[in-house]
Design a protein around this ligand. Structure first.
Ligand SMILES: Nc1ncnc2c1ncn2[C@@H]1O[C@H](COP(=O)(O)OP(=O)(O)O)[C@@H](O)[C@H]1O
Ligand SMILES: [Mg+2]
Length: 241
């Protein structure tokens, strides 16, 4: 990300954002609600375009991409949307298969990928026939992750993956995020305001504030950070840091 800026309706949401995420690392973006975290993910995944600066994905500058080019690079990235964003009228199988269908694969291949993805996220095969309304929050999140990994993308983006989950379930999702990164080598970008989640899954943490990344620290160096907002985030968790 090179000097990214983003404005909407003359309002600056992001500015002068510079960041390089290493292949295979787990990078957490923290910040208060409304500071532009989801917006940043939308820029990375190409749902919105930056007003200034550019983004490179695997050393390819995406700023002048046409639609077909975005289509290709999109397969490199899976996104786990906030509140899972499952299709309520489709069962788990169809939710996970959704993106694969656009690739016009034979049903046998789609089926194999769906069940492989469900197994990776720790869901039994019999969950495939269930509707989203029948699932617990944790299972919904696992389904959303299965959908995001169905293409086997090298990069996964998570928007507030633990928000709305109770702490025990949240922790199993943190474990899953870490496992996907460490076992499958998936580069992970996780947006959160949940410090417990950040402590569990991050190799590095960036703090987004006033539209800028004001502090970037490794997990190991977190105890030495000075920024008042980060220390505020961490104040009740000193023993874990
Ligand atoms: N489509 C939009 N139109 C106008 N303002 C928007 C739009 N999308 C986001 N914003 C504004 O951008 C800011 C950042 O939003 P968002 O990225 O969703 O924050 P976060 O994910 O950190 O909570 C907010 O102030 C929000 O009101
Ligand atoms: Mg958000």
């Amino acid at each position: 990300m090179h000097n990214i800026g983003y404005e909407i309706n003359q309002k600056t949401i992001l500015k002068e954002l510079n960041l390089e995420i290493e292949p295979g690392e787990s990078f957490v973006i923290m910040g208060r609600s409304g500071c532009g975290k989801s917006t940043l993910l939308r820029l990375i995944i190409g749902l919105n375009r930056p007003t200034s600066g550019w983004i490179e994905i695997e050393e390819i500058n995406t700023s002048f991409f046409s639609k077909p080019e975005w289509h290709r690079i999109r397969y490199k990235m899976g996104m786990v949307f906030q509140s899972s964003a499952l299709f309520d009228s489709l069962n788990v199988y169809e939710n996970v298969a959704f993106g694969l269908r656009s690739k016009k694969l034979p049903e046998s291949e789609i089926k194999a990928q769906v069940f492989k993805s469900l197994s990776i996220v720790g869901l039994d095969a019999d969950v495939a026939g269930k509707m989203p309304a029948e699932l617990s929050g944790g299972m919904k999140k696992r389904t959303a992750i299965a959908r995001a990994i169905a293409f086997e993308p090298p990069i996964l983006l998570y928007d507030e993956p633990t928000t709305g989950l109770d702490p025990i379930v949240a922790d199993t999702i943190n474990d899953l995020i870490r496992n996907l990164q460490q076992k499958l080598g998936i580069t992970s970008i996780i947006v959160t305001h949940d410090i417990m989640s950040a402590l569990k899954v991050a190799d590095r943490i960036g703090l987004l504030h006033d539209g800028k990344l004001v502090e970037i620290t490794s997990r190991a160096q977190l105890k030495n950070v000075q920024h008042p907002l980060l220390t505020e985030f961490m104040k009740d968790y000193q023993s874990l840091i």
